[in-house]
Design a protein around this ligand. Sequence first.
Ligand SMILES: Nc1ncnc2c1ncn2[C@@H]1O[C@H](COP(=O)(O)OP(=O)(O)O)[C@@H](O)[C@H]1O
Ligand SMILES: [Mg+2]
Length: 327
Amino acid sequence: MPVIDIKNLKKYYKVHQKEPGLSGSIKSLFSRKYYDVKAVDGVSFDIGEGELVGFIGPNGAGKTTTLKVLSGLLYPTSGHVSVLGYTPWDRKPAFQKQFSLVMGQKNQLWWDLPAIESFILNKEIYEVPDAQYKKTLDELVELLDVADILKVQVRKLSLGQRMKMELIAALIHSPKILFLDEPTIGLDVVMQKKMRDFIKEYNQRFNSTIILTSHYMDDVKELCQRVIIIDKGKLIFDGALDEIVKKYANHKLLTVVFDKKVDQDKLSEIGQVKEFNFPKAVISVKRTAASMAAAELLQHFPVADLNIEEPQIEDIIREVFTGADVA
Ligand SMILES: Nc1ncnc2c1ncn2[C@@H]1O[C@H](COP(=O)(O)OP(=O)(O)O)[C@@H](O)[C@H]1O
Ligand SMILES: [Mg+2]
């Protein structure tokens, strides 16, 4: 039984169309014109208990809108959604107690108070029993290594410290389902890694179901076996990360290191030269022609080292979105 089940979900925003200039503003007072922004346009997927799924797509693809519908913050235009058997926008208290939505760009903590005060507030809101609260808090504080800053005013914390506190606030009621919307946005590389480690550990330790959106592919690569990709409100891929490579990448990359100078024009006969910086060159060749191209390089060029690689997943995904051929 899937814990999250979405069938043909659509969310269209009605947007007021204003004509430019003052006369436009006056006109629009009398006759308002609307048009639809199809933020989510017929998306279906289901997610099983304990899965940690990457939900990716370019800006404006409809990720946040989907997560807001799943959290009951927005009514969909149409479609079926079931989360733990509940319809999210009914906002039943029993449902509210079992999920959490964390948005990297929004904070729910009280700015002028120490984070611990917000935790206590959430404990009350979610009616977490004292003993469970203490146990959960201790565990999260230890996992995130924040014992010494619990009593510091939130406004005085760094962005990374604050995100850790946001996570604790969101997890204090031990939700079964977690929606993480860009939780690592703006964090430095070290802090991103710490967040990632935490998400992984949390998922494994509590078997919680997590949907993670991120535009850092490292997050997705390290955490998610399964990715769902949407673009312009439509689902374009749902499967294992390495399936993306198989499905979309019809090229391979030859990375060559030369002993001596070579002629770039001659190199172009092998394939598309992506990078040429003596002694190193990167050449993109058709997947099926990769071994031929490698043989040719070895035969006709002063090769010191040669590697055949898959293109970077980031590049593949970018090309999928722009509709270009993956090279
Ligand atoms: N409240 C809103 N009113 C009108 N359009 C919106 C609103 N929120 C989002 N949109 C539009 O819906 C589309 C999807 O947005 P969003 O779900 O935020 O995408 P993502 O999170 O993937 O970047 C975008 O075109 C965005 O401009
Ligand atoms: Mg978003």
